[in-house]
Design a protein around this ligand. Structure first.
Ligand code: AQP
Length: 346
């Protein structure tokens, strides 16, 4: 069963029953519970309902200097985390961005349909430029164009991301609409999918800022692979306020953040959490959050350890995933090139 999406020059076959999802994580550090709650956990939930393509976006990672050996190791690790979080390679396309060269090619083309002013307004560019003042490279500036290429290449209907990527996703929609406006329907205009709880998990060291895997302060983030003692210790140290009541409210960024994390791991509402910790202090609450997160991540860590011992298996997944992804990517890029007037010889 397939539905034909009409374009001016060609029809693209897509399954009628299942819409397509694309998302990815940069192997730019140890994946955090921000990546987990804001993104990967939801990918698993969506996996049965959608046709899912999940990528390790290594080309994005080099917008910030990476140590080659670390980048290589983290690429394997990120893929292993995807699988350990329950994304089976049989039911999802799992691959590495640099293995499908069409991402970079489409990115160049889309860059010619993206305005300098649009990219200048991206808050992530401003934040990352401030953090990497000695390396404000053009890739950091055009990062959202590559992200648009990632998504549009697969004609994705839905993109599950955290709040920090909302602005980039909106730009991807603008680029798709602009291109479609000039050349006729070419790209599916994607919608964002944002989690109900945990759209933005904040740093434990500074709860007014997003938790980031590239944070230079390891107490700011909890890595998915941190051992249980480390996780519990980091939560015990989490910055809160001078109040003592576990209650969600204004001026309580630290507690609000911990309640969001606890809610994401237990499924409990804020009201239920307040009731659970009524009459108890922050210390008890922090311990409970730490233990719950450590327990929740234990199966992921164990499966990760098992997978990392089998590099050949991971490489097989990468190869197979890249072949499947390429099948779609080739078709989209060729359509785009034809529409642009590039000569194609067979
Ligand atoms: N703190 C967060 N809360 C909720 N969602 C988050 N995501 C990242 N951090 C949080 C979501 O995870 C997905 C992958 O993100 P990414 O690795 O591609 O880049 P990022 O958003 O820049 O994440 P980091 O951890 O902050 O990476 P670095 O430090 O390398 O820049 C996205 O869906 C993102 O929304």
């Amino acid at each position: 069963m397939s539905e034909e999406i009409k374009t001016t020059e060609q029809t693209v076959s897509k399954p009628a029953a299942k819409k397509r999802i694309f998302s990815g994580v940069q192997p730019s550090g140890l994946l955090t519970i921000g990546n987990y709650i804001g993104a990967i956990r939801n990918w698993k939930t969506l996996s049965s309902e959608y046709d899912c393509i999940y990528c390790v976006v290594d080309e994005h990672a080099i917008t910030v200097r990476q140590v080659p050996a670390d980048l290589r190791r983290r690429t394997y690790e990120t893929l292993a985390i995807y699988i350990a979080c329950g994304l089976s390679p049989e039911d999802n396309v799992l691959f590495v961005q640099s293995h499908v060269h069409q991402h970079a090619e489409l990115s160049w083309i889309l860059g010619c349909y993206t305005m300098f002013g649009e990219l200048s307004r991206m808050t992530q560019f401003k934040d990352k430029s401030a953090k990497n003042a000695d390396n404000i490279n053009a890739g950091l500036f055009t990062y959202p164009v590559l992200m648009a290429a990632d998504i549009l290449l697969y004609q994705a209907d839905l993109v599950p991301v955290g709040l920090d990527q909302k602005q980039h996703l909106e730009l991807a929609r603008v680029i798709a609409e602009r291109f479609n406006g000039v050349y006729g329907d070419t790209f599916v205009v994607p919608d964002g999918y944002f989690p109900k709880v945990g759209m933005k998990i904040n740093s434990l060291a500074d709860p007014t800022k997003k938790m980031s895997k590239s944070d230079t302060n390891p107490n700011g983030y909890v890595a998915i692979l941190d051992d249980p003692d480390t996780i519990i210790r980091k939560f015990r140290r989490a910055v809160t306020d001078s109040d003592t009541e576990v209650r969600y409210g204004e001026g309580k960024d630290g507690i609000n953040n911990l309640m969001t994390i606890y809610s994401a791991f237990t499924g409990r509402t804020y009201d239920e959490i307040e009731a659970e910790f009524e009459g108890k202090g922050y210390g008890d609450f922090k311990n409970a959050v730490g233990e719950t997160v450590a327990d929740g991540l234990r199966p992921v860590r164990e499966e990760f350890d098992r997978l990392m011992k089998d590099k050949a298996y991971l490489e097989g997944v990468m190869k197979d995933g890249a072949a499947k992804a390429s099948n779609v990517a080739v078709r989209t890029l060729s359509k785009v090139q034809r529409k642009l007037g590039f000569v194609q010889v067979k």
